[in-house]
Every structure is written in structure tokens, then in C-alpha cells.
Design a protein around this ligand. Structure first.
Ligand code: GTP
Ligand code: MG
Length: 553
């Protein structure tokens, strides 16, 4: 009925705005309450990995080359979909071709050649280049397949986003539009899985079971266009012994596990740098708590963070995927908070003494478990743990129990909360601008703040490793800035009249702490921000685990 009404309303001019948003929300809520469209995290991962195995990435002259490419590739097997995008400054054009079967990719690779040049490293991979045909009379293209997406890896410009948000009829609609217009699209996810696949394939000679698991925002549903790829490389499958008597001979290291892991990552970093097509700007940050290799994959246009630790980051993404899928308001709310924090300079791309996107996400989720004036929207982790079945048992190598209900279709929790996004956003700012950060820790396990176990300025209990504080890095000054900006945001969002220039959530992004008195008002925000970036760069270059003391000033 709602769907028919939806079709009816969309045909009526003049009443579009509010009514459509309202119906859309009803439709969304109807769906999420029954979790009809929910797909468990590891099923999503499996599907995406399969897509990556069935795909090749081809650099072409222009998007018009797709018909010629399709005709050419069809000789190797049926094509399922083709996606076009541009990357780089020039820019270069690429087409991602997904075949119906993985075997077709094998056939393509069997026929591929290297260009004859003694300078090149003759690596074989699924990253290819479609050279112009020597034969002028190319066979006429008869194909009917159209590109699924054109220029599909290009985020909406800030200018266009602004005018879209300006034209909305309500703040709630602005928040939904922000989410819909900036979230990572299907092609973005494919390109990230293809980048992860490149590492697996490259190492498959000596590690045939190696799997590179994408985690973080590109798979947990909180990623925006251009988000990085966090990937954990596992050299072997987690397999429980079933009594096999033939065991592989392997090297054993004599040094500590951490040292060995650092040596391995050092080598893999060099390997990526020297041999893998498209991988540039390789930086090894091996002294950090979780050592990582950062690099830029220019063919897929993705920043990558590769680690080799345990699976806890992947299980965390699973948990965030579940919370994000529990209610249609969760992801839009997280998006607007993250965008606000980025715009006012609370977060940036470098690690340091400021809050991270991950911590901010947990703050939003914790708030939704216990909004001040209304019933909860999200269940506690303890509830999910209690409902875990035998298939939900996951324990990391170091013994951390990450078992919780993986399939929310079995969740008995129903959100009675009907607040719209506007009031939730305002409540979020109110909740944290009066939160007792000095005494309380944010705890998603219990869905209520607990007494702080340690004296870190901001304490967010790591939901899966309860002894750890996710936001240990946040300095008192940065926490104060966060609180101050929340108060500013509360004021800014209610200041401008509806439809006035830069109204609603736009006023959050454009205030940058300038309009309102603050203890930091004597520091120009921009230069403060630039300074933080400089310090962060230094931090990365020096491979230090701790941010230099100067940050404190
Ligand atoms: P983006 O800013 O969009 O990349 O968000 P993100 O969630 O991917 O954050 P980031 O790339 O910094 O981290 C990737 C993942 O690593 C997160 O989603 C978490 O699962 C995990 N992670 C990040 N920071 C921490 C931390 O401080 N502690 C723990 N335990 N896990 C973290
Ligand atoms: Mg990330």
C-alpha cells in the first residue's frame, strides 16, 4: 500500500518535499523493523570477494571504448556488468568488467601480454590496459550491454551538495540527503575489494590461502565516497585441526612475535612498493600499537592501510554493520556528525591527539542506545551477546571473545522511538555537551555510561576488548574543543530561519568556531588545523608511536 501511495505522491507536484520525506521514512522504517533487506556481514564480504574474483580492471582511452572492450572481452566469457570511472589528474579512464564466472578472468589473463620494455617489472595481475587495435576495421560492435555507471567514482562537489541541502524542506531531509549523496557507492566498494584482492593474488605463490579482509568504514556502512581501505592480511585460513597427519614444514622465528611481524610487514611493504602495479607512496608505520603499511593504489584511486594483526577489526566492523542496520536513522545521523566534525576541524586524516571518526561513530551509537528524552533506538552489546547462537561464536587468536548475534533478523528488539533526525541530532549535541566526561566512560556493552576505570580525558570502552579505551589518544584540550563545538553547533543549528542562506545543517558546516565565543577564539581555526596537520606528518615520517610533545601546546 505504501509503495502504491509513494508512486501516487511522487506524481503530484507541489507537495513533493515534506510528504515524500515522510513516506520515504515510513517505507524505510517498515523495512528495517522487519530487517527484510538485512544481509549478515560475512555474507556481504563473501559476495564482494566473489565479485572481485570475477572482475578485471582495464584502463581505456575513454568511456566510449566500452563497446569495443565488451566485444573483445566477450570472447572469454559472458560479461555481467561494466562500470566506468576516472582517476588521477589527467584523468585516466578505467572500466571495471565483471564476468559471470571467475574462469573467464583466468582465460583473459592467459592471453594477456606485457609491453616489450626492459624497464618494466613483468607482474601479472587483473589490472590491465586496453591498447588501440592495429586492425583499423574493428569488428562492428553489436552489444546491447550498457555501462552500469559512468564516471562512478566521483564524489558530489561541495558546491552541488550545498545547493542540494539548501533546497531541502527540513533539517531531517537535509540529513538524509547528505547521507544518500555522500555514502560510498557500489563501485567504490568493488574498487576496494579489488585492491584487497591484488594483495592476495600477489602473495598467492607462497601463501595460497592468504586472504585480505577489508574492514572499517568501507564495509561497515559508515563509509563515504573516497574513504580509505582498511585491510587485514591473514596468511593462512583459521582452521581447526581435523586430525591430518601431514603437516607443512615452515620457518619458525626465534625473536618476539611483534618483531617478527614487523620484519614481515617491512618485507611486504617493499614488495608492494617494488612490484605491485599502481601502488605508490608506500609508508611503513611499524612502531604503532597496530603496525600498518599505508599506500595509495592509483589505479583504483584508493588510500590503503594494510595490517597483519588479528581479526578484531573485522569483527568490530561486523558489530557496526549490525547496529547501522538496526534502524534507518543510524547511518544518516553518524554521517552528519562526522561531516560536522570534519568541517569544524575536530577530525582530520592524520592520527594524533584528536578524536577519530571511529570514536565519534561509537559516541553516536552510544547516544542512540540511550537518548535522553525518548526510548532507545539501539540494543546494548550485552543484549546481542545474550542472543548469540552457536554460529555466532568468534574468538580472536589472542583469546578475545567476539561472539554476538550476527543476524538481526533474529533480534527481538523493537525501537519504540519515533523521533525524527532533526531532533535526534539536537539531542545528540545536548547529550554530550552536558556529559560528565571527567567521571563517566561511554560504554556500549551496557548501553549506559559507567564510572571511568582510568583517568583518560575521553573514555570509550572498546566494546570487544573491554579493558581498552578506544579514545585514549584524545587530549584534554581536544575534548574541550569537542564540547565547545557541540555547544556552538546547538546554537548555530537553531539560529537561522528555515530556507535562509546556509540554514539547517549547513550552518554547522560553515560556522567553523568563528561566530561564537570560545576559549580557543584567539587561535585562528585554520592555522591551528594546519599546525596539527604538520605535526601529524612529522609523526608519520618519524614512525613514532606517540605524538610529539608540541601537540599539547
Ligand atoms: P574512516 O575515517 O571513514 O576511514 O572510518 P573508519 O571507521 O574506517 O576508521 P579507521 O580507518 O580509522 O579505522 C578502521 C577500523 O579500525 C575502525 O572501523 C575500527 O574497527 C578499527 N579502529 C580504528 N581505530 C581504533 C581504535 O582506536 N581502537 C580499536 N580497537 N579499533 C580501532
Ligand atoms: Mg577507514
Amino acid at each position: 500500500l505504501l509503495k502504491r501511495r509513494w508512486a501516487h505522491w511522487t506524481n503530484l507536484e507541489g507537495i513533493k518535499g515534506m510528504k515524500i520525506t515522510f513516506l520515504k521514512r515510513l517505507l524505510h522504517e517498515g523495512e528495517t523493523k522487519e530487517y527484510k533487506h538485512f544481509v549478515p556481514f560475512f555474507e556481504v564480504i563473501k559476495t564482494r570477494q566473489k565479485q572481485a574474483k570475477q572482475s578485471i580492471l582495464v584502463q581505456v582511452q575513454s568511456k566510449k571504448s566500452y563497446k569495443e572492450l565488451e566485444t573483445y572481452c566477450s570472447q572469454y566469457g559472458a560479461i555481467k556488468e561494466m562500470f566506468h570511472y576516472k582517476a588521477g589528474k589527467e584523468p585516466l579512464h578505467f572500466i571495471l568488467v565483471e564476468f559471470q564466472k571467475e574462469a573467464s578472468v583466468m582465460k583473459v589473463l592467459r592471453d594477456c601480454e606485457h609491453i616489450q620494455d626492459s624497464q618494466i617489472v613483468p607482474v601479472e595481475s587483473t589490472f590491465l590496459w586496453f591498447r588501440a587495435s592495429k586492425n583499423n576495421s574493428v569488428k562492428k560492435q553489436t552489444s546491447q550491454l550498457v555501462l552500469t555507471i559512468e564516471n562512478g567514482n566521483c564524489p558530489l562537489s561541495e558546491e552541488n551538495l550545498r545547493s542540494k541541502l539548501q533546497a531541502c524542506d527540513s533539517i531531517s531531509e537535509q540529513i538524509e540527503i547528505l547521507y544518500e549523496s555522500t555514502k560510498l557507492n557500489d563501485l567504490g566498494v568493488r574498487l576496494r575489494f579489488l585492491s584487497a584482492r591484488q594483495i592476495e593474488v600477489a602473495l598467492s605463490g607462497i601463501f595460497p590461502s592468504a586472504v585480505a579482509f577489508p574492514f572499517g568504514s568501507c564495509v561497515n556502512g559508515f563509509g563515504k565516497m573516497n574513504c580509505d581501505l582498511d585491510v587485514v592480511l591473514r596468511l593462512t585460513k583459521d582452521k581447526i585441526s581435523d586430525g591430518n597427519r601431514l603437516i607443512y614444514h615452515c620457518k619458525a622465528s626465534g625473536t618476539s612475535e611483534r618483531l617478527t611481524s614487523q620484519r614481515h610487514m617491512e618485507t611486504i611493504g617493499d614488495f608492494i612498493h617494488l612490484f605491485l602495479p599502481g601502488c605508490s607512496q608506500v609508508r611503513k608505520i611499524l612502531q604503532a600499537r597496530v603496525p600498518i603499511i599505508k599506500y595509495y593504489q592509483q589505479l583504483t584511486d584508493v588510500e590503503c592501510d594494510l595490517s597483519m594483526g588479528n581479526m578484531s577489526g573485522v569483527y568490530m566492523s561486523d558489530l557496526l554493520h549490525i547496529w547501522g542496520s538496526t534502524d534507518a536513522r543510524v547511518r544518516p545521523l553518524v554521517f552528519v556528525v562526522r561531516k560536522w566534525a570534519e568541517e569544524v576541524g575536530l577530525t582530520n586524516n592524520f592520527p594524533g591527539r584528536w578524536i577519530t571518526n571511529f570514536s565519534l561513530t561509537l559516541m553516536v551509537l552510544a547516544f542512540l542506545q540511550k537518548p535522553k528524552n525518548s526510548p532507545p533506538i539501539l540494543p546494548s552489546l550485552n543484549t546481542l551477546v545474550k542472543l548469540a547462537g552457536s554460529n555466532d561464536k568468534y574468538i580472536t587468536e589472542d583469546g578475545t571473545d567476539c561472539s554476538f548475534l550476527r543476524d538481526i533478523r533474529k533480534l527481538k528488539f523493537k525501537a519504540e522511538n519515533n523521533e525524527d533526525l532533526e531532533s535526534l541530532l539536537i539531542q545528540f549535541f545536548e547529550y554530550y555537551s552536558t556529559f560528565e566526561f571527567d567521571k563517566k566512560a561511554i560504554c556500549l556493552n551496557q548501553a549506559t555510561p559507567i564510572t571511568k576505570p582510568e583517568h583518560n580525558s575521553l573514555y570509550i570502552v572498546n566494546p570487544l576488548e573491554r579493558g581498552l579505551n578506544v579514545s585514549k589518544n584524545v587530549s584534554p584540550e581536544e575534548l574541550e574543543r569537542l564540547r565547545l563545538e557541540m555547544r556552538n553547533a546547538l546554537w548555530a543549528i537553531q539560529l537561522k530561519e528555515k530556507k535562509a542562506d546556509g540554514w539547517g545543517i549547513l550552518s554547522l558546516f560553515e560556522n567553523r568556531g568563528r561566530q561564537f565565543p570560545s576559549i580557543l577564539s584567539n587561535i585562528p581555526v585554520k592555522s591551528h588545523h594546519t599546525r596539527l596537520m604538520e605535526i601529524s606528518k612529522l609523526f608519520e615520517e618519524e614512525h613514532l608511536d606517540m605524538v610529539p610533545k608540541e601537540t599539547e601546546s
